[in-house]
Ligand binder design. Structure first.
Ligand code: MG
Length: 173
């Protein structure tokens, strides 16, 4: 059985992951309407990954005999000035998520809940990757500046991103 404190914190994390999914879906829809189909694809896959993150926490809470409580998902922004602005917002958001995961990790230690702490290891590593990827795209977009051909090439590249089921979910299937 899981403590109420950890259960509440995981439910809050499920909400945060679903908000992330909603944010990236909104970014995807924005870039669809801007004609950047590759960037839109990248964000739509990001949306699926965030849904998967929520599902990993959902499955975990159920496996520990906890109760999943789905709370309202707050509204997300709907427009961004440029691809660079969207990736800067992505990095800032992922840095916040990293802090949430770290807080959850600290709580698990405080509560001597080592199963939860262990489950969080995958998320700690995932956050390093999320921040690194967003930063790399920011760097490239800064180099691209207002070069339309370079942006077109990046868009083509991002169009080839495919969704891979994250390993903690794949192992469940
Ligand atoms: Mg996430």
């Amino acid at each position: 059985m899981i403590s109420t404190k950890i259960q509440d914190a995981i439910n809050a994390q499920i909400n945060a992951e679903l908000w992330s999914a909603y944010l990236y879906l909104s970014m995807g829809m924005h870039f669809e309407s801007e004609g950047n189909a590759g960037i839109a694809n990248w964000f739509r896959i990001q949306f699926k990954e965030e849904q998967a993150h929520a599902e990993i926490f959902i499955n975990y809470l159920i496996s520990r005999g906890g109760r999943v409580i789905l709370k309202p998902i707050e509204a997300v922004p709907t427009t961004w000035e440029s691809p660079l602005a969207a990736y800067v917002a992505t990095l800032e958001h992922e840095q916040k998520v990293t802090a949430l995961i770290n807080n959850l990790y600290a709580l698990a230690e405080e509560e001597h809940d080592y199963a939860t702490r262990g489950k969080l290891d995958w998320f700690v590593a995932e956050q390093v990757e999320e921040e690194e990827t967003a930063q790399a795209l920011i760097d490239r977009l800064k180099l691209i500046g207002d070069n339309g051909l370079a942006l077109y090439m990046l868009d083509q590249e991002l169009a080839s991103r495919v969704y891979n089921v994250p390993s903690p979910l794949a192992a469940k299937a």
